[in-house]
Design a protein around this ligand. Structure first.
Ligand code: IPE
Ligand code: IPE
Ligand code: MG
Length: 256
């Protein structure tokens, strides 16, 4: 295990220093709103896309860190259904990133036994984006380690609308009784079907909002907002957010 990590991880024998990660309380599902690439670039006098490129290095670094910590699911919000409102040039740049990222990193992901997945609507994505992601999904389908889930052309409301349509069709065709629709049924029709809800949501860049990300799934997620732009988000920042998560008391409405 990498030194930097072992500095943070001890066998939960000693919490007096207050800076140690508890190996038995690693969030199973971490979701991240990777925000602040444009501002990172602007601060350096660079075009916004330079921030997106720099952000790719953070993606692989945080994937490694999550894998080493034993996180089971890492969901990364890479492109929202609202991001189409950006200038065409920027959108096209963003659409080329998954292919570039996977070209550079897929071998390492395979070596790490990572399984790549995607949530979001494939339909409006360029074919080169879909092909790259599908190839990664196929090549890693049998892997049993970290599940690296890219939210690409993802919007929580669109996801819920699709789920409602599908459920309504089932009812209309007599396969499902309206009275049998419950939280589990709805969960099964969401794109995250089969995945646990995020335990921890991290948003970088200092913005304090969810921007249409996993609204249903985050009913009881612990939220952690950090004022660091995504390209500057480091392993140490990641460990700090997990440490903060470990200090939270998750009550789910009950008393503890
Ligand atoms: C996050 O960085 C990347 C995407 C939304 C695709 P931004 O591009 O939103 O950067 P800021 O928030 O404008 O700084
Ligand atoms: C959220 O960031 C989407 C992604 C990180 C992919 P945005 O930068 O698009 O969110 P807003 O517009 O600030 O809410
Ligand atoms: Mg932003």
């Amino acid at each position: 295990m990498i030194n930097k990590l072992s500095r943070w991880m001890h066998n939960n024998d000693n919490t007096t220093k207050g800076k140690e990660l508890d190996r038995d309380n690693i969030p199973e599902h971490v979701a991240i709103i990777m925000d602040g690439n444009g501002r990172w670039a602007k601060r350096r006098g660079l075009p916004r896309v330079a921030g997106h490129r720099a952000g790719m290095k953070t993606v692989i670094e945080i994937t490694r860190a999550a894998d080493e910590l034993g996180v089971k699911y890492l969901t990364l919000y890479a492109f929202s259904t609202e991001n189409w409102k950006r200038p065409t040039d920027e959108v096209e740049f963003l659409m080329r990133l998954p292919g570039q990222f996977l070209m550079a990193e897929l071998d390492e992901l395979i070596e790490r036994n990572v399984q790549v997945r995607m949530v979001g609507n494939e339909e409006n994505l360029p074919s080169y984006t879909v092909q790259a992601v599908r190839e990664a999904i196929e090549k890693t389908a049998g892997n049993t380690g970290l599940i690296l889930n890219f939210a690409l052309n993802y919007g929580s409301r669109a996801e819920i609308v699709n789920a409602v349509r599908e459920i309504a069709a089932e009812v209309q065709e007599g396969r499902l009784a309206a009275g049998d629709i419950d939280e589990n049924v709805i969960g099964r029709y969401l794109e995250t079907s089969g995945m646990p809800d995020p335990d921890l949501l991290i948003r970088t860049s200092g913005e304090l909002r969810l921007s249409n990300f996993m609204l249903w799934q985050m009913a009881y997620s612990e939220l952690c907002f950090i004022g660091v732009y995504w390209p500057d988000f480091s392993r140490d920042h990641f460990y700090e957010t997990i440490l903060e998560y470990q200090q939270r008391s998750r009550r789910y409405g009950a008393l503890t």
